[in-house]
Ligand binder design. Structure first.
Ligand SMILES: O=C(O)CCC(=O)C(=O)O
Ligand SMILES: [Fe+2]
Length: 280
């Protein structure tokens, strides 16, 4: 097995493994590389649904995505990205085509227990475009001026699916009106102990306890720190890639720019912490 750093602070690729036959020592090396690099790609895999589920479960508990209409018909734990992007009327469905492309975000901030990780497996890759961009929450936190770090200590964000713009097209109507959940803005990673700026401008409603204007201004200010150019990584997909990102310390965004008449298809799972998932 070979692990190679791809970005200056985050992003690594793993070559020379078959995840279907990976032993515990091999998995421990991948897991360590993942904690160290926020996002890793295991190249060149040839997986059936069951292989992908089995490998994903080594990271934690798979949690079916709240968007029921985009779940795999044979397997609700798996979400399909890029499938059915043309409606019955032949028009491109932007909610599917541009899923995850509206801005940098972390997955599941609308959930009481945010996801530990998201893992994608590439089944079809377009000839151009369709990258995924990543950025480090650790670097975002480190870049904050001391006065802001002090001010944020103890503050919580209120989050819902769809955020202030209420972008809920992928949800069934009965799932659209969930109450907000709350997460500390400064969050120490449970495994590495490093502090990150846990923040998602597309899902946050407000910063709890602040007057609206102050909350809006702080949200704008924090948005400006999310992406530190020396702590980003852009993944260029190859068919057979498995990419897993750590939602506890990274933001990501789909480029949303590939030729719509080409396929860009992934299997996707959301993964929760083992302890957190059973406590939820
Ligand atoms: O399709 C991608 O590149 C990522 C989409 C996304 O944001 C997600 O799957 O959570
Ligand atoms: Fe996402």
């Amino acid at each position: 097995m070979e692990v190679r750093r791809l970005g200056s602070q985050i992003g690594a690729e793993v070559n020379g493994v078959d995840v279907r036959t990976l032993d515990d020592a091999g998995f421990a090396a991948i897991y360590r590389a993942w904690l160290d690099n926020n996002v890793i790609c295991v190249r060149g895999q040839d997986l059936q649904l069951g292989d992908f589920l089995q490998y994903s479960r080594r990271f934690g508990i798979i949690d079916p995505h709240p968007s029921k209409s985009t779940r795999h018909p044979d397997c609700p734990e798996i979400t399909l990205l890029g499938v059915n992007k043309f409606g019955a009327d032949g028009k491109l469905d932007m909610a599917i085509y541009r899923r995850g492309a509206e801005g940098f975000h972390t997955d599941g901030a609308y959930d009481q227990v945010p996801f530990k990780a998201t893992q994608l497996y590439a089944l079809a890759v377009p000839s151009t475009g369709g990258d995924t961009h990543f950025a480090s929450m650790y670097a975002a936190y480190d870049a904050l001026p001391d006065r802001l770090k002090a001010r944020l200590e103890g503050l919580q964000g209120a989050y819902v699916y769809g955020g202030r713009k209420r972008k809920v097209a992928l949800l069934d109507p009965e799932d659209r009106d969930k109450p907000p959940v709350f997460h500390p803005i400064v969050r120490a990673h449970p495994e590495t102990g490093r502090k990150g700026l846990y923040f998602d401008p597309g899902k946050i409603l407000r910063i709890e306890g602040l007057p609206e204007e102050e909350s809006d201004a702080l949200i704008e200010e924090l948005r400006g720190y999310m992406i530190q150019p020396d702590a980003t990584y852009t993944h260029k997909w190859r068919k057979g890639d498995i990419v897993i990102w750590d939602n506890r310390c990274s933001y990501h965004k789909a480029a949303g720019d590939y030729p719509p008449d080409e396929d860009r298809i992934h299997w996707r799972v959301s993964i929760k912490e083992r302890a957190a998932a059973s406590a939820a």
